[in-house]
Design a protein around this ligand. Structure first.
Ligand SMILES: [Zn+2]
Length: 66
């Protein structure tokens, strides 16, 4: 949680505006959360999902033509 002294309340980091500003008054509060870089395990999951779906698609094509 990040405290905004202007609003006299605290905000969850996820509620802040993209540049890390207060969503209510717009004053800058903190560095924005790392939204630009995707964690490495995201790519592991994505690669696995794409690979699995691709394999299932190939199986479907094989099933359809046989
Ligand atoms: Zn504020």
């Amino acid at each position: 949680m990040i405290w905004c002294s202007d609003c006299e309340r605290d905000f969850d980091v996820g509620l802040l505006i993209e540049d890390g500003s207060c969503p209510a008054c717009g004053v800058w509060l903190a560095d924005p959360p790392k939204g630009g870089s995707v964690p490495w395990h995201f790519w592991v999951v994505l690669t696995g999902a794409v690979g699995y779906l691709g394999w299932r698609a190939i199986q479907g094509i094989i099933w359809a033509v046989s």
